[in-house]
Every structure is written in structure tokens, then in C-alpha cells.
Write a protein that binds this ligand. Structure first.
Ligand code: CA
Length: 419
């Protein structure tokens, strides 16, 4: 499939991708829904108004794309979402005349990416963070409890997770203010209060819930994929010193509630279909309610880089892959709802830090520097144990297709000093 629009072969947004997001024209245009192809934003509200989706979207239901969030569209049936995405591809195809030959319409529909600002794609009611990478859980376990007790006894039996904070979800590019809090060093008697000294990132991916479930009604593992709208990149910023002091016995609280950054484009399951891979074998066998086909894992390359305040270039510090996760997304949805907990359209469920098997594939500075004992030597000459003010952290992710890439763009954030 090829578009009549010129798309660089290295672009993460060819016609095969067609992700969904919310944009506005800089500086203060009205937020609306869009997709992206190459360096162009495609304003979906213009196409909707022109009637290109009128046979697909329900009559008298009002606008789907002239809105500041994607929730209404995300909560539609899987079939409708796939049909609309295919219609957009058809309109952009090189052998399709409807859009290509209408210059006035093209001028209204296509906007240069540089002229736009991306916003959060959805209104997120609840955010849940899992802990689904065996390598990450093992590394952290070894650091804090020793090799013998690295994995907690529950870890291989259920996807461990916690309820995060939705109000502090921010879109890529938002500055991150260093949090303050209580910390206590091992050799100190009392806790202290001040700026976190061990500020870290967490390389994660997350997925948005499309159609939700009613309270009291679980989503079976075999149907979970029908409730997933698509994926984004996630950076779950973490204050390790605050976390270490506060986490017993209920888990992280303030160490993770000050900001979580996501990439702006939601890449659909349809776009990721060609990149499915088998999940690693789960041993011991999981309980029946968690038994999934194991084909809900994806081969997505992930890369983390850092730019120091005085540098012009990013230094790559980790290369990982989504496929390393132990628990898959359908198991996460089934486990989350097995009690009857209701997921709602727009809820975000994140994977937990995605660490690979090798030292240069770890998904946090905690692991990359082994608690700060092995500082990273950056190509620019600086060293890092944890993030310092002025650092910009960037995560990118993409799938390698046949002659094209399907990507997520990036999620970035710059660390600013404590207020
Ligand atoms: Ca996390």
C-alpha cells in the first residue's frame, strides 16, 4: 500500500500506520482528532464534516472527531474503529482520487506537523501500572532483597500491578519538576525532607481501553483484545529515594504520582497485527482465568536516550523490546477485571518497566547503573547515576516492517529544578 503523499522511507508514520491523536494548530487552535502520515497531520474533523465517514459512523450521534479527546471514538465497536481506519487509508492511497484531486480540501485537511502541538489523546479516568517484566522484577529484587528472594512468591502466578495516578499524566514534551519528599538513608536515624536525589525514568508501554466493562462483570482473557484500542510509549518517572522509604507495606505512592509521560499517537492493534510474536513460555502454568493464546505480544523496538543540558545530541543508553514482557496485555485485562472491577473507555494500563536480558537493555537508571554503583559514561563525556536538572529523556519505539517502519514517535521530558 502506497500513499499519493510523499513519505520518507524512514518515517514511522507511513500509510500502514494511521494512528490516532489530538492536536491543535499552534499557538491556540481548537483541539481536534487527527492521524499522521509522514510529516503531515490529517485533520479528521474536516474529513468527517465532508461526509467521508457518514456511512460508517452512527447517524445522529454527533461529531466523533471535532472533539478535544478520542474517548467517544475509542468506545465504539472494534469493527467501526477498523472500518474508519481503513477508510482513512483508502482516502490517502495513491490510486484514490477523492482527496488527491481536491486541492481545496487537501489544503484544509493536511497541516504540517511543525505547525501543530500534540495534546493528550484521551481523557483518562484511571491509570494502572503493572510490573510485567521478569528481568526488571528480578533485577530490582536482587538489589533490594538479594538473589535468593529476587522474585516474590506471587510474581509468576499473577500480573502484579497497582493503581496509579491519572491526574498527573502528561503528553510528551511536558517539563518534569523534580519532586520533593521524605527520604531516609540507611545510615540515618530519622527521615529528611527535600528534593529527590534519585530521580529516574521507567521505559514502559501502555494501552488504552476502548470499550469498557460493567461493574461486576469481568472481561474473560479470550475477549480482552476486543477492549484494547491501541498502544503508546510511557515514561513512568520515579523518585527512587522517596520510593525506598515509603513503599512498605502498600507499594509506591508519592514516588510515582508527580508525573507520567506518554507519547501522543495511539497506534491501533490493527496496525500492530503483522508484528505479533509468541509470548515466552509461562512456567509454572497459570490459573485458568489467565490462560491466553499467548499471541498478544509484539516485536516493538524500544530505545532510550538522554541529552544533557550542555549537549546538542542525545546519547542512547538502552535498547529493549516490548516482546521481553512475561505477562501479556490480555492477561493484564483479565486479571484487572476478574474481581468485577470496571474498566472505562480511556483508562490507561501500562506494562511496567521493560527490561531485556542484557545490561544495555535495562529500562531504568536504577538497573543501568545498578543503584548508582556503576555510573553510565555518556558519549558526550558526562556521567550519570540518576537524572540531573536540565536532562532531557527520550523514549522511541518502532516496528520494522517490510520496507517500512510503524512507529510510536517519541515521549520526551526535561527535568526542571524543584520549585
Ligand atoms: Ca512503573
Amino acid at each position: 500500500m502506497k500513499s499519493f503523499l510523499k513519505v520518507d522511507p524512514d518515517s514511522q508514520f507511513p500509510i500502514q500506520n494511521i494512528p490516532f491523536g489530538i492536536f491543535r494548530r499552534k499557538p491556540d487552535g481548537k483541539p481536534r482528532a487527527a492521524t499522521r502520515i509522514g510529516d503531515k497531520i490529517v485533520d479528521l474533523s474536516v474529513l468527517e464534516r465532508k461526509g467521508f465517514f457518514s456511512d460508517l459512523l452512527p447517524e445522529d450521534a454527533g461529531d466523533f472527531f471535532d472533539l478535544p479527546e478520542l474517548n467517544k471514538f475509542m468506545g465504539s465497536s472494534k469493527r467501526l474503529i477498523s472500518d474508519v481506519r481503513r477508510r482513512i487509508q483508502k482516502l490517502l492511497r495513491e490510486d484514490s482520487e477523492e482527496l488527491k484531486s481536491d486541492e481545496a480540501l487537501l489544503r484544509k485537511t493536511l497541516i504540517d506537523f511543525d505547525e501543530c502541538e500534540m495534546l493528550l489523546p484521551a481523557s483518562v479516568g484511571d491509570y494502572t501500572d503493572f510490573y510485567s517484566s521478569k528481568e526488571h522484577a528480578t533485577n530490582v529484587g536482587i538489589m533490594f532483597r538479594g538473589k535468593e528472594n529476587a522474585l516474590m512468591p506471587n510474581w509468576l502466578h499473577l500480573p502484579v500491578g497497582y493503581h496509579g495516578r491519572a491526574s498527573s499524566l502528561v503528553v510528551s514534551g511536558t517539563n518534569i519538576i523534580r519532586p520533593k519528599g521524605q527520604t531516609k538513608a540507611d545510615d540515618e536515624e530519622k527521615p529528611q525532607f527535600g528534593p529527590s536525589k534519585l530521580l529516574d525514568f521507567e521505559l514502559e508501554m501502555g494501552f488504552f481501553i476502548g470499550k469498557g466493562n460493567n461493574l461486576g462483570k469481568s472481561i474473560p482473557v479470550g475477549e480482552a483484545h476486543n477492549h484494547i484500542f491501541g498502544f503508546v510509549l510511557v515514561n513512568d518517572w520515579s523518585a527512587r529515594d522517596i520510593q525506598k522509604w515509603e513503599y512498605v507495606p502498600l507499594g509506591p505512592f508519592l514516588a510515582k504520582n508527580f508525573a507520567t509521560s506518554i507519547s501522543p499517537w495511539i497506534v491501533t492493534l490493527d496496525a500492530l497485527e503483522p508484528f505479533k510474536v509468541k509470548r515466552q513460555k509461562q512456567d509454572p502454568q497459570v490459573l485458568p482465568y489467565l490462560k491466553s493464546s499467548g499471541e498478544w505480544h509484539y516485536d516493538i523496538n524500544l530505545e532510550v536516550s538522554i541529552k544533557c543540558a550542555n549537549c546538542n545530541d542525545f546519547n542512547v543508553i538502552s535498547r529493549s523490546n516490548f516482546k521481553h514482557l512475561y505477562w501479556d496485555v490480555c492477561q493484564q485485562v483479565a486479571h484487572h477485571t476478574v474481581t468485577g472491577c470496571n474498566l472505562r473507555t480511556g483508562d490507561l494500563l501500562a506494562s511496567g518497566t521493560i527490561s531485556g536480558p542484557d545490561e544495555d537493555s535495562y529500562g531504568s537508571l536504577l538497573e543501568l547503573t545498578w543503584k548508582g554503583t556503576k555510573p553510565l559514561n555518556l558519549a558526550c563525556g558526562e556521567t550519570r547515576k540518576f537524572l540531573v536538572d536540565g536532562d532531557v529523556l527520550k523514549i522511541t519505539g518502532w516496528c520494522e516492517g517490510n520496507g517500512h517502519k510503524i512507529g510510536f514517535g517519541e515521549v520526551t521530558g526535561k527535568i526542571l529544578p524543584t520549585n
